[in-house]
Design a protein around this ligand. Structure first.
Ligand SMILES: Cc1ncc(COP(=O)(O)O)c(C=O)c1O
Length: 554
């Protein structure tokens, strides 16, 4: 309808006779069209409720096909697997809800479970299984969240908070450019917090103070965000692939699925406590290249997840040199760097290895190292704090990564603050120093003890074999499964260790992750469990008893 037709007054009246005729004709035509649309709609929507008002006409002409369906959704997203929150974890959540309903008396299922709660050992989430937050960082975080008048400037602040927490919060608030924690930050993260990271790495690796440029550090929402960022940049097209350990932390395989890159697996050697074998790295690379895959990156997870091993400095140097020689970007996942339990072992970073071999000075290595507040002794998974440090990455690539970070504005400021506090705790002489160190030590000792109890305990079960967990937060035993299980699982359409894990869950309430979710040699079966839960000792005994019953059932 033209603008003129909407007008009123003499111009409109002047046209009356011809336009009325035309309108009548149009009305008749319009009516006929609408009638036929309605008939058609009624026929195709037989059984649907048809409203009696005019809007029905429009509504009924709208197609009832969904644009977003399971068939139209991204194929990559659909095939992406993420075992840690897979079938078993979903069933565990369902049982938790059912137990809750039973306690409230609102369950009608009549199902009885031989346990009253689920022990979640499926995910490295320490606070979810009872670990308490370390006090001092939380005091500073609380002051960062509070308005100044109720926190750092409150007349009674020093009765509620230690002096060093107040001082630190004050300086962090200044670093947040005076806006505080509620404002967007620099897209790479708050400058002073990045400085805390830089000085932390220098101290850790014995690097020259001031040698790390904060422009090469990005603060991210957990290490996960940084990992996905780098992988997004690396996978240029579907010919690209990234070498990942088998078994591996499934974020890597999931992200490769999503980005449409190739998963180029290299096997860790279970017999030598999940050690690295350089021949295996060469084999994996050669096989991939023979298939026409453009291998652009290699993931190293040290200490290992799900395997819990800690690499020696020589092993780390070998991998770094391998990547330098083959011009491959090294993605070094070092989120468990504080979790090293065996006397004589020490965490040795890829950066340090590259530095000691002169590769950094020569600009002969491209390295991205990831760290997180989720693990170590803080275990602050929910704060979502992490970082990546880039070494030997071209400036124009850095700028593109900065653009990517900027497109998401910034990572969460509390997470950034937590990274700063992890990297720069209270100093010797500060009022909180002694208690802070003591709290961290207590958490560490607990982890260390449970690592031993659990890996030794699992290894002692006939039919099980478990390498010592010398690092990280996991045991990854192999479990011999009766032939009947293999047959039964085939019929059910899932892996034998999924069937085992499901039975374990339903019989004992213990939630583990089937080993197949991380990748393993054909014919090997097992699972991953964390040793975070204070119930770890009883967990082992329950697993032992259940395994006997499970085997006799099949
Ligand atoms: C090896 C490894 N890398 C990265 C992450 C991600 O940690 P976040 O994103 O919480 O920092 C995890 C979490 O479990 C992990 O095990």
């Amino acid at each position: 309808m033209s603008h003129q037709n909407l007008g009123s007054g003499s111009h409109h009246h002047h046209q009356t006779s011809s336009s009325t005729r035309c309108w009548r004709n149009n009305t008749a035509l319009f009516g006929a069209i609408m009638l036929s649309i309605m008939r058609a709609a009624f026929a195709s929507n037989a059984g649907h409720h048809v409203l009696g008002d005019a809007s029905t006409n429009v509504l009924s002409s709208i197609p009832r096909r969904k644009r977003l369906t399971i068939d139209s959704i991204s194929e990559n997203l659909k095939t992406m697997e993420y075992a840690v929150r897979g079938k078993i974890a979903i069933e565990a959540d369902r049982i938790t809800q059912e137990l809750h309903n039973q306690r409230k008396g609102i369950s009608t299922s009549g199902v009885k479970f031989p346990f009253d709660h689920i022990v979640y050992t499926n995910i490295g989430n320490p606070h979810a299984v009872g670990q308490k937050a370390i006090t001092w960082p939380r005091q500073v975080m609380a002051l960062l969240q509070l308005p100044d008048a109720l926190g750092i400037d409150h007349p009674n602040a020093s009765q509620m908070f230690p002096e060093d927490a107040i001082e630190r919060a004050r300086s962090m608030k200044q670093a947040l450019e005076g806006y505080g924690i509620g404002a967007y930050t620099h897209s790479k993260g708050v400058r002073q917090f990045r400085m805390d990271v830089a000085r932390f790495i220098e101290r850790r690796d014995g690097a020259e103070p001031g040698s790390i440029d904060i422009e090469n550090i990005f603060l991210t929402a957990g290490a996960s965000e940084a990992i996905v960022m780098l992988m997004t940049a690396l996978i240029k097209d579907s010919s690209c692939g990234i070498m990942t350990p088998i078994p591996q932390y499934p974020l890597y395989s999931a992200t490769l699925d999503l980005l449409g890159g190739h998963k180029v697996g290299y096997y860790l050697n279970e017999e030598s406590n999940w050690g690295l074998n350089m021949e295996e790295l060469e084999r994996s690379l050669a096989d991939a290249e023979a298939k026409g895959i453009n291998v652009v990156g290699l993931v190293l997870i040290n200490p290992g997840n799900p395997t819990g091993q800690v690499l020696s400095s020589d092993e780390v140097k070998d991998v770094v040199m391998f990547c330098a020689r083959h011009n491959i970007v090294l993605l070094s996942d070092e989120v468990y760097q504080e979790n090293v339990y065996r006397e004589g072992d020490a965490f040795f970073s890829c950066r340090r290895a590259a530095d000691e071999m002169g590769l950094i000075k020569e600009d002969a290595i491209q390295l991205c190292s990831f760290h997180s507040v989720s693990k170590g002794v803080h275990g602050e998974c929910g704060q979502r704090g992490g970082y990546v440090e880039l070494v030997g990455i071209d400036e124009d690539v850095n700028e593109i990564l900065y653009k990517l970070a900027a497109s998401k504005l910034c990572s969460n400021a509390p997470g950034q603050a937590m990274v700063s506090l992890m990297c720069n705790g209270p100093n010797p002489g500060d009022v909180s120093y002694e208690s802070h160190v003591a709290e961290k030590r207590a958490v560490f000792e607990g982890l260390k003890e449970r690592a031993m109890v659990m890996s030794k305990g699992l290894d002692s079960i006939p039919g099980f074999s478990c390498q010592p967990a010398t690092g990280a937060m996991y045991c990854f035993p192999s479990v011999q499964l009766p032939h009947g299980v293999v047959e039964a699982s085939k019929e059910l359409g899932f892996s034998p260790d999924t069937l085992y894990a499901l039975d374990l869950l339903q019989s004992t309430g213990i939630c583990v992750v089937p080993a197949s979710g991380f990748g393993q040699k054909a014919g090997r079966y097992g699972f991953r469990t964390t040793f975070l839960s204070p119930e770890s000792r009883t967990v082992v005994e329950k697993i032992r008893d259940h395994y006997e019953q499970f085997c006799s059932k099949y």
